[in-house]
Design a protein around this ligand. Structure first.
Ligand SMILES: [Zn+2]
Ligand SMILES: [Zn+2]
Length: 504
């Protein structure tokens, strides 16, 4: 096949209609097509797809007619391509075949085969056209295929249909070891996927693929797998924690959004962000972006903040109280989206969660794979709460550092043993004053006082933090320290708040 000017130009034009990922793919294939002058589609091999041409035994003139092609087609359809080698010329050719040049009726078969790139390059015909599909959404292969499959597919499609057979093309790198070396038997640095699956489960290997930047070579080692399995454990624990705490939640009786607590609304802002980040990352095939977003959400937003803080509300409020159900409503909403986001990442774990979680009417009970991917809910976007809580989180971060120091110095054990004094001024004082109850909850301490001035010895800008031991006794029920423990005659070992929550 000669790439004449008339053929090369439409091919180069078609390259521009395709989205190449990574973007340098476009330049690479353009260059290769510009430099290519011909394509010899036959090969002298003893195996492969035969070329259905006969030659006159006398004068060597080729014999290819519609009838002869049709006959070979029918035979191959029934017996496979090996029939070409097994059957005689007489059996393969139409009855009464005669050379148009010399009238001879004796022929011999072509013995060359098709170039294998021609075979794979024409899959758009057998896979797509056969099913009435105009083109493929995506071709995916290793970075050596600009010379191979991507190119041969493009050329055959331009020749037969005048357009590219795909809308997008993605290339990936190769798997190498931790030091970037190719895996080989002699070095003994190969890692068998099956071994990883047996040891860690198939979801770990999926997660590793997701976490990798596939646009260049991808490292794999025992160490890397361990790190991924650590992240996996955190994601799984987030789901497990929620499942454990919504077991008595009626999904048909959620608390209305307006009645949720601020921190619940904040968690839903973060959930929206997770959905948005993952959707955008998936759309761009930047899977490691989705992995990072999921990791951040489960580890930072949920485990270290939201789920940690609402523990008190879940364990100590009255079971049917609106506060407790608000937390459950929020957690259920989170799990419901989380499991769908996880479905393409950690398919088995997502399916396992789906089987164990309660469902709303209309959801596909059989499999999460058959349900819908979550969408951002506009009503959960709340810039005011987001801004306010971003500030509160910054304060918590400062307080946590001080609590950590006090814990290291053995001044306190659990953070609930602590009292925190905050020293602030100006706008920050106005922001924090009056929020002591909320701050107690956020810091997970027993007492908070906000003072309008700065401690002299503390030079930190805007915020002074003092940690000391909280006053009072430890409440047996909520583990907070309170001077109210002992006041209640019926429940002398618990605090006033808990005593109230135990009232029928
Ligand atoms: Zn002849
Ligand atoms: Zn208590």
């Amino acid at each position: 096949m000669h790439l004449l000017t008339g053929f090369r130009k439409p091919t180069l034009d078609a390259v521009k209609t395709v989205k190449w990922i990574p973007a340098w793919g476009e330049e690479r294939i353009t260059k290769m097509i510009e430099d290519r002058n011909d394509w010899c589609i036959s090969r002298q091999r003893t195996w492969g797809v035969p070329i259905p041409i006969f030659y006159c035994k006398e004068c060597e003139k080729e014999y290819v007619t519609e009838d002869s092609l049709k006959k070979v087609q029918e035979i191959v359809k029934e017996k496979g391509t090996n029939a070409w080698f097994d059957l005689s010329e007489k059996e393969l050719m139409p009855d009464g075949a005669k050379c148009s040049e010399c009238g001879c009726t004796e022929f011999k078969k072509e013995t060359d085969i098709m170039d294998v790139w021609f075979d794979s390059g024409s899959t758009h015909e057998s896979v797509l056209a056969e099913r009435g599909l105009p083109e493929a959404d995506l071709y995916l292969e290793g970075s050596d295929q600009y010379r191979g499959w991507f190119q041969s597919s493009l050329l055959t499609s331009i020749a037969t249909k005048g357009k590219a057979p795909y809308k997008e093309v993605i290339t990936h790198g190769y798997t190498v070891d931790e030091q970037g070396r190719k895996m080989s038997k002699s070095i003994g640095n190969g890692i068998e996927p099956q071994e990883v699956i047996n040891k860690y489960g198939a979801d770990i290997i999926r997660l590793w693929v997701l976490a990798s930047d596939y646009t260049s070579d991808i490292s794999v080692s025992e160490n890397i797998m361990k790190q991924v399995s650590e992240v996996y454990r955190k994601i799984r624990n987030t789901a497990r924690y929620i499942l454990g705490n919504i077991s008595d939640f009626d999904v048909n009786k959620p608390v209305e959004y307006k009645d949720l607590q601020e921190i619940d609304k904040w968690a839903l802002v973060k959930l929206n962000k997770l959905i948005d980040d993952c959707t955008k990352a998936y759309d761009k095939y930047e899977f490691n972006g989705a992995y990072r977003a999921l990791n951040q959400f489960c580890v930072v937003d949920m485990s270290a903040f939201y789920l940690d803080i609402i523990k008190d509300r879940l364990y100590t409020s009255k079971p049917d109280s609106i506060e407790r159900r608000a937390a459950q409503t929020t957690m259920y909403e989170i799990l419901s989206s989380l499991v769908r986001i996880m479905a393409p990442m950690t398919a088995f774990t997502a399916e396992e969660i789906w089987k164990h979680m309660p469902h709303r009417e209309g959801e596909n009970l059989e499999s999460v794979m058959l349900d819908y991917y979550p969408k951002v809910k506009e009503e959960y976007n709340n810039p005011e709460i987001e801004m306010k809580w971003n500030k509160l989180i910054k304060v918590k971060d400062e307080v946590s550092k001080k609590l950590e120091v006090a814990r290291a110095n053995k001044e306190i054990g659990l953070s609930l043993e602590a009292k925190v004094d905050l020293f602030v001024e100006g706008e920050e004082y106005n922001f924090l004053a009056g929020k002591e109850e909320l701050l107690k909850e956020i810091f997970i301490v027993s007492e908070v006082e906000v003072h309008e001035n700065r401690r002299n010895e503390d030079v930190e800008v805007g915020l002074g933090v003092k940690v000391s031991k909280a006053e009072g006794e430890k409440c047996e029920r909520c583990w907070c320290y309170s001077t109210t423990v002992g006041e209640n005659k019926v429940h002398p070992t618990i605090c006033a708040r808990c005593a109230k929550n135990l009232e029928v």
